[in-house]
Design a protein around this ligand. Structure first.
Ligand SMILES: NC(=O)c1ccc[n+]([C@@H]2O[C@H](COP(=O)([O-])OP(=O)(O)OC[C@H]3O[C@@H](n4cnc5c(N)ncnc54)[C@H](OP(=O)(O)O)[C@@H]3O)[C@@H](O)[C@H]2O)c1
Length: 208
């Protein structure tokens, strides 16, 4: 499939490499695509990247995601599955916190900014180094996803499985309120343990 990835940071680059390895055609977007030399002609503006994608991935700075969507133009997301991997991180107090929470979430805001798209929150609860084929002694970790459209979640779940993950669906896009704090759980454990190779897994009794 054609995958348009908005974001030139480590997360955007990890997605670009992962989707390429999984056999997809990608564009990776930036306000300054010339800085993505290693991606050659696959680097594009936010707008051309969003236009290109049959699936669009958001891998932008949380607090700048609204602006990135504005630059990409909401019309270019119409009818598409949008994977929202962003987190509304706020480091202004000197420690990581969320800028949005409890009664709203960045995932819900993204859905409001691109109302004609099918937003699925995913890949926000783990470090990008583990996005593709995580090899952990406890077996495949679980990707927690949330979104309003069942078919869109099926597509994203398949991508997660192709990338080597189990999938746990926790409901509509409003459940992003619970996935974004999971990012902080992941980050704070990383800070305290000094190790960044962890991922979440839900254990079930029987076949649950
Ligand atoms: N670090 C991880 O492993 C990890 C894992 C899961 C999720 N996340 C989330 O993934 C997202 C990306 O993280 P990252 O560390 O790769 O990069 P980042 O530094 O958070 O974001 C970089 C991207 O944001 C864009 N951006 C920054 N300021 C902007 C502005 N004012 N207007 C428009 N766009 C702007 C940049 O655009 P330009 O290309 O034009 O510079 C760039 O594409 C974040 O929301 C993060 O919380 C991170």
């Amino acid at each position: 499939m054609k995958i348009g990835i908005l974001g030139s940071g480590d997360v955007g680059k990890s997605f670009a490499n992962a989707f390429t390895k999984a056999g997809h055609d990608i564009r990776i977007g930036s306000r300054s695509p010339e800085k993505l030399k290693e991606f050659g002609a696959k680097a594009a503006t936010f707008k051309d990247t969003a236009k290109f994608g049959e699936i669009v991935v958001l891998a932008t700075l949380g607090t700048a995601t609204e602006e990135a969507i504005r630059i990409a133009e909401p019309a270019n997301f119409k009818g598409k599955v949008v994977i929202d991997a962003t987190n509304p991180l706020d480091f202004s107090s000197g420690k990581p916190q969320l800028a949005i929470g409890h009664l709203d979430s960045l995932g819900e805001r993204v859905q409001r900014w691109v109302p004609d798209a099918k937003v699925v929150k995913a890949f926000n609860t783990v470090g990008n180094a583990l996005f593709f084929k995580p090899q952990l002694p406890g077996g495949p970790p679980d990707m927690f996803i949330a979104g309003n459209d069942a078919d869109a979640k099926k597509k994203v779940a398949q991508i997660c499985k192709d990338f080597g993950w189990g999938v746990i669906d926790i409901g509509g896009i409003e459940s992003s309120r619970y996935l974004e704090p999971m990012c902080l759980t992941w980050v704070l454990h990383g800070i305290l343990s000094g190790s960044w190779t962890h991922a979440f897994k839900m254990l079930h009794a029987g076949n649950g």
